[in-house]
Design a protein. Structure first.
Length: 429
């Protein structure tokens, strides 16, 4: 049995799409275990960029089965559009997509609640993608969510939909001062029409996954967002609404933790963040602008510019502990090619006192003064290099510095956006 999980170790956007795409070659099944279309995974193949929001990146490999797990929140229309896109680019999907009947669905009132909540918070907003993900997970926790399986019984679905719309309309109008535009009959008809297109993909994915693991199939678990955005382990409340670390795999797929054999984390060679929340190594200067420009740091889902800063190994080490990482992947090494000096955060200072642990509150984190180690840059192009020994010496030393600090090996190094621009030092499988 070969099971491998891929998780982000920072605040997301680490390049999981490309790495999952590469590792999918050796997998039989690739499964998403949380999140929804608030995630954007980008893969570049032969110069063509593909952005996926719901389907696992493995869908771009012929013959791989891709699962949308029970821990996800699914926008049905977005999923239909994504499936149609995959068909248009010439990929066969027959028997390759399985949609968990236990996954919750996103409805129009979730999106309205998301927008109304963010507007009410003003400058204190979380910075969500406004896709309705948070409100859908809130309904799930509140035991009023609607799942894929509920759509199999139209009368039950209609009754629950009407009751939910009554409640959401009151909340939207009297809590947020938002004029609700929710027609139960229209939402019911539209949802059922879209669901008809997805019926062939609906499956008991929990039974399927467990059976295939017992049959010695290779399973790759694809996380969305990242550990520092995890609802329990992340920088709360500036987090996503699900367990986006390895903590969410079992709950989001229905398999035992004992069946997850290896876990690999992904970190950029620097750090980025979207939306609000503290960011100790953020560079609000020309260096930050240079990182953004060279790394094309704009959200794949929203297009928003990402905040950029130096690599923060305190955060990555915290993630390594949470996920018990077997190895680490470093992406976007080539973005640092232009820098004479590269700084790496190896600790924090609070009121003059040095610590190397990650604080539990955003109030503490916002007061953290980063302690940097300065490393010499290499000022040499690394794009397209596929052998570690062919990297400039200072680039190799940068990777080794990360390994020594974290105490785990760097298995892969990405040197460009293309699928082929990768250095393999150790197979994560």
């Amino acid at each position: 049995m070969a099971t491998l999980a891929i998780v982000g170790t920072q605040w997301g956007d680490e390049g999981k799409g490309k790495i999952v795409d590469i590792l999918s070659e050796k997998a039989d099944i690739i499964t998403r275990f949380q999140g929804g279309n608030n995630a954007g995974h980008t893969v570049v193949i032969n110069g063509t960029k593909y952005v996926l929001h719901l389907l696992p990146s493995g869908i771009l490999h012929e013959g791989k089965v891709c699962i949308l797990g029970n821990g996800m929140a699914i926008d049905l229309e977005a999923l239909v559009n994504e499936i149609e896109f995959i068909k248009r680019i010439g990929k066969n999907i027959e028997g390759r997509i399985l949609l968990s009947e236990r996954a919750h669905i996103i409805l129009p009132y979730h999106k309205q609640l998301d927008l109304a909540s963010e507007k009410k918070k003003g400058d204190g907003s979380i910075g969500t993608t406004l896709k309705g993900i948070g409100p859908a997970y809130r309904d799930k926790a509140g035991r009023v969510g609607i799942r894929i399986a509920d759509l199999k019984n139209p009368e039950t679905f209609k009754h629950r939909l009407i009751e939910n719309i009554k409640e959401k309309s009151i909340i939207l109008k009297y809590v947020y001062g938002f004029n609700p535009n929710l027609n139960a009959e229209e939402i019911y008809s539209s949802t059922m029409r879209i669901f008809d297109k997805l019926k062939p993909f609906v499956s008991d994915t929990i039974s399927y996954l467990n059976e295939e693991i017992d049959n010695e199939k290779s399973i790759l678990f694809e996380g969305a967002q990242a550990t520092l955005l995890d609802i329990d382990a992340g920088t709360y409340p500036y987090v996503t609404s699900s367990n986006s670390s390895a903590l969410g795999i079992s709950a989001g797929t229905g398999i035992s933790p004992k069946k997850i054999k290896k876990i690999t984390g992904i970190a950029k060679a620097y750090t980025t963040r979207v939306g609000g929340g503290p960011f100790p190594t953020e560079l609000c200067c020309q260096l930050g602008e240079l990182l953004r420009a060279r790394g094309h740091e704009y959200g794949a889902t929203t297009g928003r510019p990402r905040r950029c800063g130096w690599l923060d190994l305190v955060t990555v080490k915290y993630s390594a502990i949470i996920n018990d990482l077997d190895s680490l992947v470093i992406t976007k090494l080539d973005v640092l090619d232009a820098f004479e000096e590269i700084k790496v955060c190896i600790g924090y200072k609070f009121a003059g006192t040095s610590v190397n642990s990650f604080p539990s509150t955003v109030e503490q984190l916002s007061k953290a003064e980063p302690v940097y180690e300065s490393l010499p840059g290499w000022k040499t192009e690394t794009t397209k290099i596929t052998e570690f020994e062919k990297l400039p010496e200072n680039a190799r030393n940068f990777i080794k510095f990360i390994e020594n600090y974290l105490g785990i090996p760097v298995s892969l190094v990405s040197t460009g956006p293309q699928r082929s621009e990768i250095i393999c030092r150790k197979n994560p499988w």
